[in-house]
Design a binder for this molecule. Sequence first.
Ligand code: SF4
Length: 511
Amino acid sequence: MPQSAEKTKDHVSLFKEPEYTEMFAEKKANFECRPSDEAVLAQSEYTKTWEYREKNFARQKAVINPAKACQPLGAVFAAQGFEETMPYVHGSQGCVAYFRSHLARHFKEAVPCVSDSMTEDAAVFGGLNNLVDGLQNCQTLYKPKMIAVSTTCMAEVIGDDLSAFINTAKEKEAVPADFAVPFAHTPSFVGSHTTGYDNMIKGVLNYFWDREKGEVKPGASNGKINIIPGFDGYAVANNRELKRYLDDMGVDYTFISDVSDIYDTPSDGTYRMYDGGTKLDDVRDAINAKATIGLQQYCSDKSLEYVASKGQSTASFHYPMGVGATDALLMKISEISGKAITPAIEKERGRLVDAMADSQAYLHGKKVAIFGDPDFVYSMAAFLLEMGCEPAHCLSTNAGKDWTAKMEALFATSPFGVGCKAYAGKDLWHMRSLLFTEPTDLLIGSSYGKYLEKDTGIPLIRLTFPVFDRHHHHRFPTMGYQGALRVLVEILDRIFEVTDAASDISYDLVR
Ligand code: SF4
């Protein structure tokens, strides 16, 4: 055998050993019943043509590799950003294994979350008993201050009523009557993780502002600004970066869900099931803030609407990354708080602009394809336009028609936007057709783009969730001027790698 206790091989080299290569060849020959290599190649070449692209874009019923996750995953992420809160999913255990592994693979952290393991009997008779027992077990075993409940498809298909079930659980004394159990219905057959995030944030606010002790009316202003960060794979660093700006400006704030500590716990011998997060008392008091800002509009539509219904002013942005987007956010914060943007922040802005100008010759006219959540794609496209790049194909599976209109308006603001197109509701198989028929210089997205990179040869830059196959990217910001500088460097590094790899006589020391 190629493996032994003395010689443990990684799977990359292990599967190249003769034992395995012969086994794979035999399996292929005897069991796969596949067409000839020539036929596979011919079909593969056909899928790279314009004719196939038209057929692919006419596709109505099937989705292939959507660039999105399902609602409860976003709800779990949002719930983890509150003080000593256990995310609780009413539904199937397998779904929760997926949410936990998806988040753990990105953040490289344990992801506490429980499920009430609905199976066939609950699917027939309803999941009330699961919820009653589950809440009791969860509170007894894990001792959280709050349990935030979301649902999987199964609970939604049979129509379980979370509000009624949680009331029943409290009547049965599964948890104390005054124990915080906010909830959000998160049916995955509509929306995506961004919708689930929004639903859970609204559910938590609704619990503390309307349900805990009856409707709470806003009192005297606490002088703070509430920030709803939105679903962000880089939240660990981005939340800290934004707090740095706010502290520097002397602005008082409350993050409505802050996952920066729970997804970045230290290795010091102590396991932290809970770490950091927004204090529950701060959520209660958030109704008295001056205003609430959503950093990602498509992650906070319903939450901001709810906040506005309490008479509070709101504003939303599209993932503040790059010069103009960071300017707009900071100016809004300054306007609401009455605090000036400090000279130190202005200097950071100037340094970013200087860096962009230094590298202009390598950025100008580069064609880029982007995929991801609607706010990220918008912001990335805006930053590319600022750098003189062309965001040729902008694709967001979980975007709608209003996003397309916004993207078109964005393209119209720059000469580099001419010919650029936005594709809402399309998937990564559509992106493949785009890249083969109208190739770009770069592709920006998540780790799922690596298959497109291998297929098309277009270099991938990983800049959005999930990043499974590279480590620690989430520990460095992408938002703000410093974040934009990091994004700029990643783009430039990739451009220089490609330039060097393709150079012979021009294999220069200086770029
Ligand atoms: S789509 Fe539905 S069934 Fe699939 S993981 Fe999400 S909640 Fe579970």
